[in-house]
Design a protein around this ligand. Structure first.
Ligand code: PHE
Length: 497
């Protein structure tokens, strides 16, 4: 059967940018920068981009294009042994977990679009989010019941995801022409509005003023690497899947550079929009930025909405800017969410030879089912725990393993020759040095130090039993699922026997 193809090379670039640019840029990056040294965070961030993010992105794009298959089959062919498939399945299992909670954040966003119409949080955004919208229980152990509006949002999200990818890269190509430019335009509008509000500059000062002492904190470095991987969508098998639909003559290094830098620039701009707005909130309420929730969901669903409720010009202006913000989140998130599903589906179809459309439907249903725990009244706690473990531990280990396989077993020089041969931008030997030494070593050192640091105290003060289930338990499950899919017989095994 002939492999699907992107409509054009620029559509591929758009789709890859769509995957990379997501909630990670709008609320993860500004929050991370703020918590990890403000302007000083840019140093570990760029170090992580150049020593790990970009080299890995180029590596994954090259692998996908070369083997014309999703991550598991590509690694199998690369290592010439079935066991190597596992290096493809583990990231897919990890990304399945991620999309199951990423979809929940989009479900909250759907709810907030609705609530924007009446500015329902204006009497207190914190109580509104935790109390009314999430109806959060007192601990992860108390699940409460299903949260019906969130559940409806979740179903809507999955229908939306299914719709975008039901016809594979053809429908993805049509959708990303909208879902990439629209949120960027909305972000720019929000940014301009933010910077012209009173107090904005104080917010920007917070964002950019460096706290150099943070550079000595290993957690800051781990956060920078984690942010880069999450944000670039590398180590999830997605970029491998996306580039597997590229023709032989595509230019991987040039595309990789465009994708990586667009992603960082958008994060940087999002920081202005967010911190300009926080500065305004400080100006109008007198609450200091340092006392606001600036990281994670609290930023998008508590602090930012609170600022919207303070905007001058009356309720309609507030409604319009709130809608703009949540619509931006939704359009930012959707192409990231479906890229994960596309990565998983490509892996399954390439190994088992299943019908693509049915596989899309099955994975969407599984993703919905897997996310149900996050749609309970204790959902936010579980999201927090799972997100922390899966992102910080799985990704860093997957990064190391991929580097060893490509750099040492397959040969970094061979892959470099391969991608340089169809590129105008030739990557020098430095790329090999990164993949063989710098990337895996920096990941190893950071991971070990980080682990030691984290084992000293319970994450976010949760009881150990929940961290074992939601943290280590989930990590273990992704590893095991990776093994199961590796040993299952695929279409090539049955043909061979
Ligand atoms: N890169 C996306 C973001 O920044 C998130 C994402 C993670 C997408 C993993 C795909 C895979 O929001």
């Amino acid at each position: 059967m002939k492999r699907e193809r992107w409509g054009s090379k620029s559509i591929f670039i758009l789709a890859a940018i769509g995957s990379a640019v997501g909630l990670g840029n709008a609320w993860r990056f500004p929050g991370q920068a703020y918590a990890n040294g403000g302007g000083a965070f840019f140093i570990p961030y760029f170090v992580a981009l150049l020593t790990a993010g970009l080299p890995l992105l180029i590596m994954e794009l090259a692998i996908g294009k070369k083997y014309q298959s999703g991550a598991p089959t590509a690694f199998r062919k690369m290592g010439k042994k079935k066991g190597f498939e596992w290096i493809g399945w583990w990231p897919l299992a990890t990304s399945f977990v991620i999309v199951s909670y990423y979809a929940i954040i989009m479900a909250w966003t759907f709810n907030y679009l609705w609530h924007s119409l009446s500015m329902a949080w204006s009497s207190g955004s914190e109580d509104f989010f935790y109390g009314e919208v999430l109806q959060l229980t007192e601990s992860p152990g108390v699940l409460g019941g299903f949260n019906v509006p969130i559940l409806i949002g979740l179903v809507l999200t999955w229908i939306f995801v299914w719709y975008c990818i039901r016809n594979g890269v053809q429908s993805v190509g049509k959708i990303v022409k909208w879902t990439v430019p629209v949120p960027i335009a909305l972000l720019v509008i929000l940014g301009i509005r933010a910077l012209t509000l009173p107090g904005a500059m104080e917010g920007i000062n917070y964002y950019l003023s460096p706290n150099w002492s943070k550079l000595l904190d290993i957690n800051v470095w781990a956060a920078a690497y984690g942010q880069i991987f999450f944000s670039l969508s590398v180590l999830f098998g997605i970029m491998i899947a996306y580039s597997s639909f590229l023709p032989e003559d595509a230019d991987v290094p040039a595309n990789g550079i465009i994708i990586a830098f667009s992603n960082s620039i958008i994060s940087f701009i999002a920081g202005f929009a967010v911190f300009g707005t926080l500065g305004f909130l400080q100006h109008s309420t007198g609450i200091l930025i340092e006392d606001m929730t600036v990281a994670g969901p609290g930023l998008a669903f508590v602090t930012y909405p609170a600022a919207m409720a303070e905007l001058p010009g009356g309720i309609w202006v507030q409604v319009i800017f709130s809608l703009t913000f949540f619509l931006m989140l939704l359009t930012l998130g959707i192409d990231s969410a479906f890229s994960i599903v596309e990565g998983i589906v490509t892996g399954l179809v390439d190994k088992f030879g299943w019908n693509k459309r049915k596989t899309v439907t099955a994975v969407c249903i599984a993703g919905l089912a897997g996310g149900l725990i996050f749609a309970t009244n204790a959902g936010l706690y579980w999201l927090d725990i799972v997100d922390h473990w899966v992102n910080d531990y799985n990704l860093i280990i997957i990064g190391i393993v991929e580097c060893i396989v490509v750099g040492w077993i397959y040969g970094a020089n061979k892959l470099r020759d391969y991608f340089n041969s169809t590129s105008n931008v030739k990557f020098g030997k430095w790329w090999e040095i990164m993949i063989k030494y710098v990337t895996p070593l920096s990941l190893l050192v950071i991971n070990v130090l980080y682990l030691v640091d984290n084992l000293k105290e319970a994450y976010d003060g949760y009881d150990m039993q929940y961290l074992i289930i939601g943290g280590w338990g989930v990590v273990l499950v992704t590893i095991i699922v990776g093994f199961i899919f590796t040993v299952l017989k695929g279409k090539e095994d049955t043909q061979a026997s």
